[in-house]
Write a protein that binds this ligand. Structure first.
Ligand SMILES: CSC[C@@H](O)[C@@H](O)C(=O)COP(=O)(O)O
Length: 336
């Protein structure tokens, strides 16, 4: 059975605390938008599609509990809260795309004189619930298309070796993932020899979360240090790299977890095909190039500490090389 990181039923929502994994599996109840914002900001929920779904569902939970006499009041509340949710993690665009879509939907409901405030409220909550279903079907298609694309570039019946970065699986989406969904599809088709995955410093989404998912699904896999990638490409005959995306600009420049850029550069050097597996909601047509993507800067403590234990030497770390950008756009889209 696929891991369920987001549990939503009849207006109640709880999410698996990903900061505690793999040591502890604990679900956090989300009672409204403030809780939603916090779990996203603290990265107890992460991964671009999961951020959008949890953010929007937290609004659905809050709205469902309220009573609105005036449609305008509902519209104002929805707009303000969606804009607030976007600020929790700015680089991943899925939350913003979802907010734009929902704001335009609530405006159309507001303008529709044939419906009451209660009807508007019910339809709005249903629209958010439909996003959950859409993510599930998108995951299925991405997995199937991605596996097909990779298998088309190898010999008939050949087993493939895939490298992935960060976590893009059930913990990052509502179903079985984007890049990790491709890996899952290759495995179900009995065409996966091995999935190599990076530890993904500083928060170790690979070592903690991707490992957790691959072990859960009994998929043959190997955890590698981030700094092993170049050597791995030289020696392990990697068939393809597949990663997810936090935001794709209209020219194809892609922002993803820090470290993705260097993997892309090394893949190019070793002529290993490089794929970005992402839903349409990760594409931001309002941004021309990666230069205009807002890059999230996270607190230094995430790099200097592991599980609240300091690993970097104490002292003034406020110097250039100790700052880190969390994400960076990494690649110019290749034509064809
Ligand atoms: C399907 S998840 C896509 C991306 O969000 C993923 O590749 C990624 O970089 C996640 O980063 P995170 O910082 O853990 O949210």
């Amino acid at each position: 059975m696929t891991l369920q990181a987001i549990r939503y039923e009849n207006g109640t929502l709880e999410v698996l605390d990903q900061l505690l994994l793999p040591k502890e599996s604990k679900y956090i109840p989300i009672l409204g938008v403030e809780d939603g914002w916090k779990v996203i900001n603290k990265m107890q929920v992460r991964g671009a599609p999961a951020i959008a779904i949890v953010g929007c569902l937290s609004l659905a939970v809050e709205i469902s509990k309220e009573e609105f006499e005036k449609k305008k009041a509902l519209r104002r509340e929805v707009e303000g809260k969606l804009n607030y949710l976007i600020s929790a993690r700015p680089t991943a665009v899925n939350m913003k795309q979802a907010a734009d879509h929902l704001i335009s939907y609530i405006n159309s409901l507001d303008n529709d004189e044939s419906i009451s405030a209660q009807e508007m409220q019910a339809r709005f909550v249903a629209a958010i619930e439909a996003m959950l279903e859409k993510d599930i079907s998108d995951n299925r298609s991405i997995g199937e298309f991605g596996a097909k694309a990779i298998l088309n570039s190898v010999m008939d019946g050949e087993q493939v070796r895939i490298l992935t970065h960060c976590n893009t699986g059930s913990l990052a989406t509502a179903y079985f993932g984007t890049a990790l969904g491709v890996v899952r599809c290759l495995h179900s088709a009995s065409r996966l020899e091995n999935c190599y995955f990076t530890e993904t410093r500083p928060y170790n989404q690979g070592a903690r979360l991707t490992a957790y998912e691959l072990i859960h699904d009994k998929i043959p896999s190997t955890l590698v240090c981030d700094s092993t990638v170049a050597y791995l490409m030289k020696t392990a005959q990697i068939s393809a790299v597949v990663v997810g995306a936090d935001r794709v600009a209209s020219n194809g420049d892609t922002a993803n977890k820090i470290g993705t850029y260097q993997i892309a550069v090394v893949a190019k050097h070793h002529e290993v095909p490089f794929y970005v597996a992402a839903p349409l909601t990760s594409i931001d047509f309002s941004v021309n190039t990666g230069d205009n993507i807002v890059i999230e800067e996270r607190p230094q403590i995430e790099m200097t500490h592991i599980n609240n234990l300091r690993i970097a030497s104490p002292g003034n770390t406020n110097c250039k090389h100790s700052m880190y950008l969390y994400k960076y756009y990494f690649i110019q889209w290749h034509k064809g």
